[in-house]
Design a binder for this molecule. Structure first.
Ligand code: FNR
Length: 194
């Protein structure tokens, strides 16, 4: 039987009614409708403590170890971020810092991973500004950032439906294109590790 692709979704917002989380939940729904087996997993950035070297060396923090193991075994990751003062929120940067850490001889979990970025805000720009540094940080962590037309959803809070999904046809089209781009770009990790 075909091994399912493992896709990890990460929302940069910890807000319960987050538009960024809603966009990713919509992507999850779209992926579920595609042909081929895909397992979707989430990382909650709010569950990770602030990065600390002593905590890392102790190797006892369950949410950190689980997130690192999940991403190390993933085929792709999608991140949706709000802009806090024009940048990704600290909680998201902290999560990427944890995921960037090597484990002995093993590289950080992000190295060689296929990633894609989207963003949303209640304002008109859809947090597009925050994508710039997010992509830079992913690159520094050794991730592959998939090229695709930018998906930055403005007025996003108003687009979230009571079921936590987004149904706006233009947004759904953009999310669908992004999901296609990510699934098409997935490569076995071994071939991109150098
Ligand atoms: C914001 N917000 C915001 N929005 C924006 O478009 N550009 C910005 O620079 C900022 N800056 C900012 C700073 C801080 C500290 C906060 C708390 C908020 C608003 C932000 O987009 C909004 O609160 C949500 O985070 C939108 O995303 P979710 O939570 O709906 O996913």
């Amino acid at each position: 039987m075909e091994t399912p692709l493992k896709i990890v979704l990460v929302s940069g917002s910890t807000r319960r009614e987050s538009a960024n989380t809603a966009l990713l939940a919509t992507v999850e729904r779209l992926i579920a409708g595609r042909a081929g087996a895909v397992d979707v997993h989430w990382i909650s950035v709010g569950e990770l403590p602030h990065y600390e070297r002593e905590l890392e060396l102790a190797r006892e923090c369950a949410p950190v170890l689980a997130a690192q193991a999940l991403v190390a075994s993933a085929d792709a990751m999608l991140i949706s971020t709000p802009a806090y003062n024009g940048e990704m929120p600290g909680a998201l940067k902290n999560a990427l810092d944890w995921l960037s850490r090597p484990d002995g001889d093993a590289p950080g979990a992000l190295r060689g991973l296929t990633t894609a970025v989207l963003s949303a805000s209640p304002g008109a720009r859809g947090a597009l500004d925050a994508q710039v540094t997010l992509k830079t940080v992913l690159g520094r962590c050794g991730a592959r950032v998939v090229e695709h037309p930018p998906v930055a959803v403005g007025n996003a809070t108003a687009l979230v439906q009571p079921d936590g999904l987004v149904t706006d046809p233009g947004v759904v089209d953009a999310l669908s294109g992004l999901a296609d781009a990510v699934l098409a770009a997935v490569e076995p990790r071994e071939t991109v590790l150098v």
